[in-house]
Write a protein that binds this ligand. Structure first.
Ligand code: DGL
Length: 267
């Protein structure tokens, strides 16, 4: 099984893309809906929660876990990969979302002027900037935190003028910097991809981050048959959450375009 972890239900954008690009594999989604959002939490808490979630998915039999949450990828992934994984599960793999997106951003950017939009924790961690500069130190990078967008998207306010107005406001500064590429550094933002693209105009490419993550995963599995062979095939996907509310259940089904059954678990 491929495990997909997010702080809440935003990671379903990644599930949707993985199902499209890698339809053969059985997926187990885990959303920490009881403790979402992570975006305004301390690094210590984000690390603690991420370890619990990844551990849970491994105990359910996942051979590989994708940390779909940008905040967790930014604040917890490196430490988890370097310190926790080798001791507890040396033969399993945990991948994040920042590295794959950054690789595509650098290769596609025309003038090396990049914008990153994310939660406060992701922006403050400097993770995107660090990874981008590691690939090309000459890049010009601007970041903006957009803390109001996650609750608006979760509320299902995807087409409301208020949401568009706020998105426009968050992008204003980045647009004045003449960026050529925008990274949507949060699981929820791909839900507004078309809106972001229309606000940005034709001179800025808004990356389809969920698809990038899925395609890079496909690439990874081709290069790592030892990991690929551990993954169960099938379509009996499971969707685990740490709390179930009507709004989560409804939004999750709307996002995936089908009715899904959420199962409540304790981490
Ligand atoms: N999943 C988070 C991310 O991608 C957004 C929601 C949150 O703040 O927990 O950054």
């Amino acid at each position: 099984m491929i495990g997909i972890f997010d702080s809440g239900i935003g990671g379903l954008t990644v599930v949707k893309a993985i199902r499209r690009v890698l339809p053969a594999y059985q997926l187990m989604y885990l959303g920490d809906t009881a403790r979402t959002p992570y975006g305004n939490r301390s690094q210590e808490k984000i690390y603690e929660f991420t370890v619990q979630a990844v551990d849970y998915l491994f105990k359910q039999g996942c051979g590989l876990v994708i940390v779909a949450c940008n905040t967790a990828s930014a604040e917890a992934l490196r430490k988890l990969q370097q310190e926790w994984l080798p001791i507890h599960y040396p033969d399993r793999r945990v991948l994040g979302v920042i590295r794959p997106v950054v690789e595509v951003a650098v290769s596609q950017s025309r003038y090396g002027r990049l914008g990153v939009l994310g939660t406060r924790a992701t922006v403050n961690s400097g993770a995107y900037e660090r990874e981008l500069r590691a690939l090309d130190p000459k890049l010009k990078i601007w970041q903006a935190a957009a803390p109001l967008l996650v609750p608006l998207i979760e509320e299902g306010w995807l087409k409301r003028p208020e949401t568009i107005k706020i998105a426009r406001l968050y992008l204003r500064e980045l647009k004045t910097k003449k960026i050529d590429t925008l990274i949507l550094g949060c699981t929820h933002y791909p839900m507004l991809h078309k809106k972001f693209q229309s606000i940005c105009g034709k001179n800025i490419k808004v990356l389809d981050v969920a698809t990038i993550v899925a395609e890079k995963l496909k690439d990874y599995l081709n290069r790592h048959p030892e990991t690929e062979q551990r993954l169960v095939k099938g379509t009996d996907h499971r969707f685990l959450v740490t709390d179930i509310t009507d709004i989560f259940a409804k939004t999750a089904s709307v996002w995936l375009g089908e009715d899904i059954r959420l199962e409540k678990v304790n981490l």
